[in-house]
Design a protein around this ligand. Structure first.
Ligand SMILES: Nc1ncnc2c1ncn2[C@@H]1O[C@H](COP(=O)(O)OP(=O)(O)OP(=O)(O)O)[C@@H](O)[C@H]1O
Length: 596
């Protein structure tokens, strides 16, 4: 229960709806109890009237007595009907308050979680899978909503109705009350166990279903690989196996579900039989009238649902508490990327990195080892290195996606933590190694970093990234929709749209992380020379495997195993005849012309 306390702030926020809901519950229950008493009075009246009817009929007053009697019964009938209608109206109002409150809280919770997720550092995303993040914001929040809505609603109903009914029952006949209520605790306990069984099995089904969807999603997004390696049969077999498991689990749930209602009916039936039997004995002994039996049968029926719901509510609350624990676990993750001074200022773009060492906290891999370099505003730094040498790590650290293990990174003489994180990132244009485009139009993808999409700026960025002609050649031009992962574009086109997105926001610092690998050297040169003019007075960092990309940089560093092994400009490094020169030779011999 304790994890659910965190939700009290929401209950407080929507206290108006909650209090109204409680009020409506009390009123609606009054209209449940009164009809039961009316039924008792009506039946007792009918029985008494029958006893009087015969002597009156003999005395010639039969007709008048009959009319009177029918009128009386009609009034009772109308009264009971009116009560039922009023009860229905108040039930409607209860749902309109408590269930609406739960939906609003669900909305608030999802927004809070989503905002929180977005603020968390990259390391959080390394540790937790996207599936997990999605499950907590959707399934777990839904389970918590079940507590805030139905569970609270039925819980309040139970708390109001139960004492009220028991009070009336005891006031009418304590002995009969005891006997008729005997099977109800068994009902509640059985529902609790059956419901837990249902939940357990539903969860297994849910897991198997999400496994099935992940499998289908992967099979079809990797369909080209699947076909190329002729694995269709294998894939079908694996799918059939996963479906079989899903089917078995669904059938096992159906079995338990099938038990649910018969169980309730059986136990209610037993209660009714006991009521009729004990009540019948008391009627024979003259202790009570027939009406009391009818009233008690109604009471037992009235109590059936609240008692059933007790088991149900308990298991909902347990599940909600487990879900809220999972949600709290994520909500309690703190964002370590805190700014010390929250400096918001326009950057000039002078970068200084000193003795930078970085160890990835989750893997313990030392990706960078005492790296130092400087880039003046308007200059370009080329970073060359083998796979896994730490190039992308430098990009991540410059954007403050992680904080260094030791050493400092300064921009314009200030250490990164002094800047407001969003303000800093807003002035850095980043083109990641794995291009990610959204399922949206090309124009919106390019304008992603802008607060307002300016068509002129978008076109200019596309031209500078050398992708303009490709875009206007599409029938819908800039309005072309990109598929789920930009499948309508070629690898090189995607990279260039991604570059256009970074330069459209006219950043002070531009970081290209190996993002020209899928374009030919001619296009690479065209982009790089366009960038040279755009990035005049701004700073660029060009990370690449290819010497052709880094060649034009003012300063080049060559990385190996997290360490700088060579540094200088192209001519200097060529003269050194070291790793860089060797790489240059290899790449030119491999048929990659590197001349501009
Ligand atoms: N998020 C991460 N968590 C743990 N280790 C990581 C992470 N990212 C990278 N590494 C490790 O850090 C080292 C440097 O990786 P990095 O991505 O910086 O290399 P790179 O030079 O950019 O390589 P490539 O050219 O292949 O992209 C590698 O050994 C890699 O396995």
């Amino acid at each position: 229960m304790k994890p659910l306390w965190r939700l009290n702030k929401y209950l407080y926020k929507y206290k108006g709806l909650l209090l109204l809901g409680i009020g409506f519950t009390v009123i609606s229950n009054v209209f449940v109890i009164i009809p039961a008493q009316l039924v008792r009075i009506a039946i007792d009246y009918v029985v008494e009237s029958f006893a009087l009817y015969r002597p009156l009929m003999n005395g010639g007053l039969g007709e008048a007595a009959r009319d009177n009697f029918l009128q009386y019964v009609l009034v009772f009938g109308l009264l009971i009907l009116a009560m039922a209608l009023l009860r229905g109206f108040f039930l409607f109002l209860i749902r309109q308050t408590i269930i609406i409150m739960s939906r609003r809280i669900e909305y608030d919770m999802k927004n809070e979680l989503f905002d929180h997720y977005q603020n968390l550092p990259l390391s959080f995303y390394r540790k937790n899978s996207t599936g997990d993040l999605m499950a907590r914001i959707s399934e777990d929040v839904s389970r918590v909503r079940m507590y805030l809505g139905p569970a609270i609603m039925y819980g309040i109903n139970l708390l109001v109705l139960f004492p009220l009914v028991i009070f009336y029952m005891v006031s009418v006949n304590p002995e009969l009350t005891l006997y008729s209520l005997l099977p109800l605790p068994v009902l509640s306990l059985s529902i609790y166990f059956v419901n837990n069984l249902i939940n357990e099995r539903s969860e297994k089904i849910q897991r198997s279903l999400s496994g099935l969807s992940t499998y289908v999603q992967e099979a079809f997004s990797g369909i080209r690989v699947l076909k190329a390696f002729v694995r269709e049969e294998d894939s079908s077999r694996a799918f059939a196996e996963a479906s079989e498991e899903y089917k078995e689990k669904s059938i096992s749930l159906t079995k338990v579900n099938a038990l649910f209602f018969p169980l309730i009916m059986a136990l209610v039936g037993i209660s009714t039989i006991i009521t009729v039997y004990i009540g019948g004995l008391q009627v024979i002994e003259g202790q009570i009238g027939y009406g009391v039996i009818a009233e008690f049968i109604l009471y037992v029926n009235i109590l059936t649902w609240p008692v059933t719901s007790l088991g149900w509510v308990t298991s909902i609350v347990q599940r909600a508490a487990a879900s809220q624990t999972r949600i709290n676990e994520f909500l309690d993750v703190k964002n370590e990327m805190i700014s010390t001074e929250k400096i918001k200022t326009e950057l000039e773009g002078n970068i200084e990195v000193k003795d930078l060492t970085f160890v990835y906290p989750d893997s313990g891999i030392k990706a960078l080892d005492s790296i130092s370099f400087q880039i003046k505003s308007g200059q370009t730094l080329g970073i060359i290195g083998t796979t896994g040498s730490g190039k992308s790590t430098i990009a991540n650290l410059l954007m403050r996606m992680y904080d260094p293990s030791s050493g400092v990174i300064k921009i314009d003489g200030r250490e990164l933590p002094r800047y407001e994180v969003a303000g800093l990132r807003r002035q850095i244009g980043f083109v990641p190694q794995d291009v990610f485009l959204f399922s949206d139009t090309i124009a919106n993808n390019i304008a992603f970093g802008l607060d307002q999409a300016d068509p002129e700026l978008i076109e200019k960025a596309a031209k500078d990234a050398d992708v303009y002609q490709n875009i206007v050649d599409f029938p819908k031009g800039f309005e072309t929709l990109l598929g789920e992962r930009g499948i309508t574009l070629s690898g090189g086109q995607k990279q260039r749209v991604s570059i256009a997105r970074a330069i459209a926001k006219e950043p002070k610092i531009l970081i290209l992380d190996d993002c020209l690998s899928a374009v030919d050297t001619k296009t690479e040169n065209a982009i790089l020379s366009a960038l040279k003019s755009i990035m005049k007075d701004r700073t660029s960092v060009i990370i690449s495997h290819r010497v052709s990309s880094a060649k034009l940089a003012d300063h080049i560093i060559v990385l190996h195993d997290g360490k700088i092994i060579e540094r200088g400009n192209h001519d200097f490094l060529m003269e050194q005849k070291g790793v860089y020169a060797e790489l240059y030779e290899k790449q030119t011999q491999a048929g990659e012309p590197v001349d501009s």
